[in-house]
Design a protein around this ligand. Structure first.
Ligand code: BES
Ligand code: MN
Ligand code: MN
Length: 454
């Protein structure tokens, strides 16, 4: 084993150069104009898997972006781990806030900067390199490994979901390993056991058939922007609670034991606020910041469109106003039920002077993973050994839509062994990934394979 770990440490520079190849491809899944780039990225991931030594590598086309599959099943009698990750990335705007072009990776102060560096190309690539190290040194893996790397995580993983439903035999495994979450802090080995779900909606109000002169018509017709603002303002009460009827019905109460664990984590509200770039924190009354982030559902506007937004002034009553709203959900809320409740509530709230359309864009189920599965235990020990520190168990406010499909369709435990940091600007300008954590991730992956194989 030591030889493998040494090999990984020795090859850090080469790994970084290879990661740059992945980071140069603008595989933005949500933008139609990047479709070819997404395809190109799938091909490159497939080549990386082949070159690492995986014996069967295939690209599966879907109705959306391709899935990359790889397997090596040369360890009969040993467990099989399925590694999931995503090669798609978020859009780069606002582009003017990047210090370097998002798809021209640069290394600075121990970090690699590029869109996708931490989410999720850098993290997914750690496992490919750890597999490769085993093949280079031992000529084999200590257990069976499958990879499924998708190109639609950032847009809800819908095609992967149907792929899993139709290919349970191909994906059959004993555990799923995912590196697409964050460490609790720099250098702290972390297993994430909870994720929030999401329900992503869009509301469009249409008032007049065309934009109107705000002098000749203003005051006598409903203004969709004013009315949309009213609706949005009514979605929270003064305690920060969401006002949609029955919204909280299925929310699981946090146990005292879990609250106790949260308190024992050294969480600094001040550092968190400063990372967020705000002076003071704000949220639902009666809950700590960690509880708000990990155990409470939220509702946030993600974008709002309407009327005249160029420079200068134009007197107009817009025909339409649109808002994108996402709700983060917690166990045991069902995103489909929440979407229905949301839609009904918006329709009930909107005045008759406008036409309301509510669209359901995508969703993900909230997740709690078991902490006592052999794979979780192996991952905890692997990280502890790589980092030389005690593991911490955390939940996270983000979502990885496919996780529940793995646990419900493949009926195996999922292990969330993320190496990112919340401060690494994922989905935002100057995204980066710590090269220290990149290496620790490759080492943790290798140690996991060894420990889980026993
Ligand atoms: N890797 C993130 C989720 C994440 C980030 C979890 C940090 C925990 C810590 C993932 O790529 C992501 O961005 N998910 C989206 C899902 C959505 C687009 C369906 C999210 O959470 O917004
Ligand atoms: Mn991700
Ligand atoms: Mn993401």
């Amino acid at each position: 084993m030591q030889e493998i770990l040494d090999y990984i440490k020795k090859n850090e520079e080469a790994y970084i150069e290879e990661l740059k190849e992945l980071l140069r491809i603008p595989s933005i899944s949500t933008l139609p104009e990047n479709k070819d780039d997404v395809n190109r990225c799938a091909n490159l991931v497939a080549n990386k898997l082949r070159n690492a030594g995986m014996s069967r590598v295939e690209i599966f086309q879907t109705e959306g972006h391709p899935l990359v599959y790889g397997e090596w099943l040369g360890a009969p009698g040993k467990p099989t781990v399925l590694i999931y990750g995503h090669y798609d990335v978020q859009p780069v705007d606002p582009i003017e806030l990047w210090d370097n072009p998002p798809f021209e990776p640069v290394v600075k102060d121990g970090n690699i900067f590029a869109r996708g560096a931490t989410d999720d190309k850098g993290q997914m690539f750690m496992h490919i390199k750890s597999v490769e190290a085993f093949f280079k040194i031992d000529g084999s893996l200590p257990l069976n490994v499958k990879f499924i790397i998708e190109g639609e995580e950032e847009i809800g993983s819908e095609n992967l979901e149907s792929f899993i439903n139709m290919n349970t035999e191909l994906l059959k495994c004993d555990a799923v390993l995912i590196s697409d979450t964050a460490l609790f802090g720099p250098g702290i080995p972390t297993i994430t056991y909870g994720l929030r779900g999401i329900s992503y909606m869009e509301v469009e109000l249409t008032g007049p058939r065309r934009d109107l002169h705000s002098g000749t018509f203003g005051g006598a017709v409903g203004n969709p922007i004013n009315l949309l603002a009213d609706i949005i303002a009514g979605l929270h009460d003064k305690n920060g609670r969401i006002t949609i009827p029955h919204f909280y019905d299925d929310v699981l109460k946090t146990t005292l034991k879990e609250k106790d664990n949260f308190k024992r984590l050294k969480f600094s509200e001040r550092r968190f606020a400063s990372e967020a770039g705000v002076k003071i924190l704000q949220g639902e009354k009666g809950y700590s910041t960690l509880e708000r982030l990990w155990t409470r559902p939220t509702l946030d506007c993600n974008g709002i469109i309407g009327g005249f937004t160029s420079k200068g002034a134009k007197t107009v009553i817009a025909s339409k106003a649109t808002v994108k709203i996402s709700m983060r959900l917690v166990p045991n809320q069902d995103p489909k039920k929440i979407s229905r409740l949301f839609t009904k509530h918006i329709k009930d709230m909107a005045p008759r002077s406008v036409i309301v359309e509510v669209r359901d864009l995508h969703r993900a189920y909230p997740v709690l993973t078991p902490l006592d599965s052999p794979a979780t235990i192996a991952a905890s020990k692997a990280m502890e050994e790589a980092f030389g520190k005690r593991i911490v168990y955390v939940r996270d406010g983000g979502s990885v839509p496919i996780v529940t499909s793995f646990s419900s369709k493949l009926k195996v435990p999922v292990v969330l062994m993320g190496l990112g940091l919340d401060s690494e600007n994922l989905h935002s300008p100057n995204e980066h990934f710590s090269l220290k954590h990149f290496q620790l991730g490759i080492l943790s992956s290798a140690l996991f394979f060894k420990k889980y194989s026993k």
